[in-house]
Design a protein around this ligand. Structure first.
Ligand code: C5P
Length: 241
């Protein structure tokens, strides 16, 4: 399931508080081709960081996890589409109508700006939700993995392109959602890197073998003594010999 060039499947998060730090990180690790912009950076810097990334010819994972009524989801996704971002996250529990509206608007927004349509990626269940919280707080009477699978299947029916998942769920989702469903996996650690606060990690090679298309890998690269070399080392480990 890996893209051909391993460097195209590794997405590095811009987990920094402002645009200046983000630009520094991007310029410090020129080998990285695909960057993730999340809520903290986007709320602090606004869309200028997306333009900076496009100017540097980088691919963009806009991870803002939209969750709202269909009209509002559509508006946000139409605007995201205009920036020429590659991946956009939305919450699957927003429901069928909102997911369909989001997908259609993202495609329209991109087309109006002469950009390629982004792939909408569903967040099925946040990893911060455990079984207890699912049952007692959210009142959802399903096992976590069942709920995540149902949300992935709903997103697929709505015409989305893929879902975010733990590499430990990748095999099941690949089997149930088919070969074209994109799986974007955080929680990935080379065996030479520290797990940090990630609990259930998998190595890049094992995650790709389990069916992941994209790996979101942050601190093992950004906090390394030599970030470019760390990125290259992961690419080398993913290159078939
Ligand atoms: O540094 P690290 O590799 O742990 O970074 C992982 C990135 O993926 C972070 O930006 C984190 O917010 C994000 N993420 C995650 N687990 C999820 C969803 C997103 O680690 N379930």
């Amino acid at each position: 399931m890996a893209q051909r060039d391993p460097a195209e499947c590794i997405i590095v998060p811009l987990d920094v508080p402002d645009a200046e730090s983000a630009r520094r990180l991007i310029d410090d690790i020129p080998a990285v081709k695909f960057w993730k912009v999340g809520l903290e950076l986007f709320v602090s810097s606004g869309p200028e960081i997306l333009t900076d990334l496009k100017d540097r010819d980088k691919r963009i994972f806009l991870d803002l996890k939209f969750h709202d009524i269909p009209n509002t989801m559509a508006g946000a996704c139409r605007a995201a589409g205009r920036y020429g971002v590659d991946l956009v996250t939305v919450h699957a529990p927003a429901g069928m109508a909102a997911l369909q509206a989001a997908q259609q608007a993202a495609t329209e927004g991109a087309a109006a700006a002469g950009m390629a349509a982004p792939n909408l990626i569903a967040v099925t269940v946040l990893t911060s939700i455990d079984l207890r919280s699912l049952a007692f707080d959210l009142k959802i009477p399903l096992e976590l993995s069942d709920y995540a699978l149902q949300m992935a299947l709903l997103s697929q029916q709505a015409g989305l392109a893929g879902s975010v998942c733990s590499p430990h769920e990748a095999e099941l989702l690949r089997r149930c959602c088919g070969p074209d469903w994109l799986l974007v996996c955080p929680g990935v650690r080379p065996d030479w890197a520290q797990a940090g606060d990630q609990r259930r990690v998998m190595t890049p090679g094992a995650a790709i073998a389990a069916g992941a298309n994209y790996l979101v890998i942050g601190r093992p690269i950004t906090q390394a003594d030599e970030p470019n070399a760390a990125f290259q080392r992961i690419c080398d480990e993913l290159t078939p010999t």
